[in-house]
Write a protein that binds this ligand. Structure first.
Ligand code: ZN
Length: 148
């Protein structure tokens, strides 16, 4: 298990140091801010849709390693996915980081790196901030998302 933890930590550090899909899209279909006052994580998500499918996505802003890596891995994971796909992924991811589902990591790919978060409840908000923001953006919400 120790080795697996190391690997997961590497994935998180890698995405923290070199965030993927970082920036702001021109003329996005969705644009929403998310804020986690507890930790100070703050992101702006911009999304380009093709019908119901996420064609492109970028995030900008800053936060702790967990929130930044989670946003980075999320943007890579949701590209080409439909809103229903994203909601299903978020549900699994949420179960994983809150420790409410055994074996939820199985089909989550790199998102499984956040399994250790369930041991640190205060970090759950960091890990899920980008997801909450994306979900609200896909629902067409305009007001910034806050975890409080
Ligand atoms: Zn944080």
């Amino acid at each position: 298990m120790g080795e697996l933890d190391d690997l997961y930590q590497e994935v998180i550090l890698d995405h923290y140091k070199k965030p993927r899909n970082f920036g702001v899209l021109d003329a996005p279909d969705r644009r929403l801010e998310g804020y986690n006052p507890l930790c100070g994580d703050r992101f702006l998500l911009t999304v380009k849709m093709n019908g119901d499918v996420i064609e492109d996505i970028r995030f900008k802003g800053g936060g702790c390693a967990i929130s930044t890596a989670s946003a980075s891995i999320m943007t890579a994971a949701v590209k080409g996915k439909s809103r229903a796909d994203v909601e299903a992924m978020f549900e699994k991811f949420h179960s994983l980081v809150t420790g409410t589902a055994e074996g939820a990591a199985a089909d989550l790919g790199k998102l499984a790196a956040f399994g250790g978060v369930s041991e640190f409840p205060v970090r759950v908000k960091c890990a899920t901030l980008a997801w909450h923001t994306l979900k609200a953006a896909l629902e067409g919400k305009q007001d910034a998302v806050t975890t409080e």
